[in-house]
Design a protein around this ligand. Structure first.
Ligand code: DQA
Length: 145
């Protein structure tokens, strides 16, 4: 079982970026917890962070050949990117959207996700732990078939 984890734009800045909103955990630290979870659950993970929409589209486009399921934090592209939505929809593998912050309790523009309707579900508001919850959901989706 292989899971692709995607981090969108500016998530490379975690730890120093608005810590009152996103927490003090660095992306490196979150990735360590993802790898630790993967080891304990006997699954393979590949983790990609990109600030570039096209790179994320390419990663999602090639995912079905290599991965069973996608866990994605599209970051700001959540609210703007038809291209990412179409990529997730076209990929056709189960997908889980995750967010560190609760996007529904922030500015109004953040409560709208273009990606969530083409995912199985969305997890939002649990800081770095949102990724672990997303991975857990991804595992369940693949096991359920
Ligand atoms: C985010 C929420 C988005 O609205 C924001 O643009 C981000 C991070 C989150 O994880 O809370 O960059 O996806």
């Amino acid at each position: 079982m292989k899971i692709l984890v995607l981090h969108g734009p500016n998530l490379n800045l975690l730890g120093t970026r608005e810590p009152h909103v996103y927490g003090e955990q660095s992306l490196e630290n979150i990735n360590l917890s993802i790898r630790d979870w993967a080891g304990k659950n006997g699954v393979e993970v590949e983790i990609i962070q990109s600030n570039h929409e096209g790179e994320l589209v390419d990663a999602i486009g090639s995912a079905p050949a290599k991965f069973d399921v996608l866990v994605v934090n599209p970051a700001a592209f959540t609210h703007t990117s038809v291209a990412l939505r179409d990529a997730v929809s076209a990929a056709g593998i189960p997908s889980v959207e995750v967010h560190l912050s609760n996007i529904h309790s922030r500015e109004e523009f953040r409560s709208k996700s273009l990606i969530a309707p083409v995912c199985q579900g969305q997890i939002s508001g649990f800081g770095g732990y949102s990724y672990i919850l997303g991975l857990q959901a991804a595992l369940m989706l693949v096991r359920q078939g």
